[in-house]
Design a protein around this ligand. Structure first.
Ligand code: NI
Length: 147
C-alpha cells in the first residue's frame, strides 16, 4: 500500500491516443448510444472486456461466471446428461437454478467459479450437449487480472 492508501499500481495515469477522426466519431456515437458520459470510462470497460476474453481464450487465472441454457426436457437423456456433467464438475459449480418455461422448455442457470481452463471446459461441454437449443456463457476474471 502507498501512503495514500491506494495500491501503488492503482494510480491514475493519463495517456494520449492518436486516432483518425472517423473512428473517433464512431466511438463517440457508441458512447452516447450506450450511456457513457466520458471516453475514459468507455475505454476502461472495453479494455477489461477484451482482457477478460483474452484470459478466457488462453485458459489463464481464475474466473467466475454463469452459463445459461435453454433445452427441451422431452429430448431423450438430456436431463441426465446435464445432471451428470454438473456432478462431474461439482467443485466448480456454486449454484444452479432450473425454471420450467413451458410444457417443453427449461431454462437453467449454472453459476461457476474456478480455474479458467476447468470452468471453460465445463461451459463448453454444457453448451455442446445435444438438445440445448440456446446457450450463453458470461464470465469475469477474478483477483488482480482486471484492476
Ligand atoms: Ni424444466
Amino acid at each position: 500500500m502507498a501512503e495514500n492508501g491506494q495500491h501503488p499500481h492503482d494510480e491514475i495515469v493519463r495517456f494520449g491516443v492518436s486516432i483518425n477522426r472517423r473512428l473517433l466519431d464512431r466511438f463517440d456515437r457508441y458512447l452516447s448510444e450506450h450511456g457513457y458520459t466520458t471516453r475514459s470510462e468507455a475505454l476502461r470497460d472495453l479494455i477489461r472486456d477484451h482482457l477478460a476474453d483474452d484470459l478466457w481464450e488462453a485458459g489463464d487465472g481464475e474466473v467466475a461466471g454463469a452459463v445459461v441454457l435453454v433445452y427441451d426436457h422431452h429430448r431423450a437423456g438430456i436431463s441426465d446428461t446435464l445432471n451428470a456433467l454438473q456432478h462431474e464438475f461439482h467443485g466448480s459449480i456454486l449454484a444452479a437454478t432450473h425454471v420450467h418455461l413451458d410444457e417443453h422448455f427449461c431454462l437453467e442457470v449454472v453459476i461457476l467459479r474456478g480455474a479458467t481452463a476447468t470452468v471453460r471446459a465445463l461451459a463448453e461441454r454444457l453448451l455442446a450437449v445435444r438438445g440445448v437449443t440456446h446457450g450463453r456463457v458470461v464470465v469475469t476474471a477474478l483477483g488482480d487480472a482486471l484492476p
